[in-house]
Design a binder for this molecule. Sequence first.
Ligand code: NAD
Length: 275
Amino acid sequence: MAQATVVNGRTAVVTGAASGIGRALAQRLAQHGCPVAICDWDEAGLEETAAAISGPVLARRLDVSDRHGALAFAAEVADWAPAPLGIVVNNAGVTVSQTAAEGSIEDDEWVMNVNFWGVVNGTRAYLPILLRQRSGAVVNVSSVFGLMTFPTQSSYCASKFAVRGYTEALRHELRGSGVNAITVHPGGIRTNIVKNARFHVDDQGGTDHERMVREFARIARTSPRKAAKTIHEGVLKGKDRILIGPDATAISLLTRAVPVHYFDVIERGMKLVRR
Ligand SMILES: NC(=O)c1ccc[n+]([C@@H]2O[C@H](COP(=O)([O-])OP(=O)(O)OC[C@H]3O[C@@H](n4cnc5c(N)ncnc54)[C@H](O)[C@@H]3O)[C@@H](O)[C@H]2O)c1
C-alpha cells in the first residue's frame, strides 16, 4: 500500500472530463474543495461539466495525444493553481471494435495514441511539479481489459495493459519520493465509451453498433458517480491499484486463478448473459 495522498482542497487535474467517469470525478473532487483543471477534446461537453462546478475551474480543449499541447496545458495549470497539486487523473480514453486480422491500422493507432500516449503525456507533464512538491499522485485509468483480454478489443487491451505496465514501473521508480502512481481498473461503467467507439464488427461477428451499445448498457452495472467515489476513496486510502465494481473484482480473481485459460470461463459467462 502506498502512503495516503492528500487530495481534498488540493488542485486536481482530470483529462477526458466532458463525459462519464472524468466528468463525475471532476464534480466530486470540486465538491471536496479541489480547484479542478479539466480538459477534453469535446469542448461542448467540457463546458457543461465546468458549468456544473461551483468552485475554481480551469477548462481547456485538449487532445491528450498531443504532447506539446499537454505540456502547454500543464504550464497553464501551474500558473493558475490556487492550491498545491494533489492528483492528476489521466482518464481520457477511446476504443474500437474490430478484429486484429481485418481491422483498420489507423484505428489501432488512434486507440494507442489516446489511451497510452495520452497517459504518458499527462504523466510526464505533471511529474516535475509533483516531485518538486514531494507529494501528490498520478492516477492512470486502465481497465479490466488491462487485466484480461477480449476478442475485437486487441488494440484497446494492448493500450490498457500498456497503461498498467507503465504506471506500475513508475510506482517502483517513485518509492521514497513522496509521490504515488496508482492504476485504476474499472469494470463496466454506464458511460458513453461504447457509443463513442469506432465500430467495425463485434465479438459475435455482428455489424450493428447500436446493438452493441444496448448490450453494453445492460452489462455495465456501475454508475459514473459510484466509479468517481471508488477512485476518490481509493486514493485517499493510499491504494496502489483501484478496482471498480464487482465485475472488476471477479475478473481480477479469475485472471489470478486461471491466468492462461480465463477466457474459457468468460465465454461461458457471456453466453449466459446473452440468453
Ligand atoms: N465505461 C467503462 O465501462 C470503462 C471500463 C474500463 C475502463 N474505462 C476507461 O475509463 C476512462 C473514461 O471513459 P468513460 O467510460 O468515462 O467514457 P466516456 O466516453 O464517457 O468519456 C471519455 C472522455 O474522454 C474524452 N476523450 C477521448 N479522446 C480524447 C482525446 N484525444 N483528448 C481528450 N479527451 C478525449 C471523450 O471526449 C470523453 O469525454 C477511459 O480511459 C476508459 O477506457 C471505462
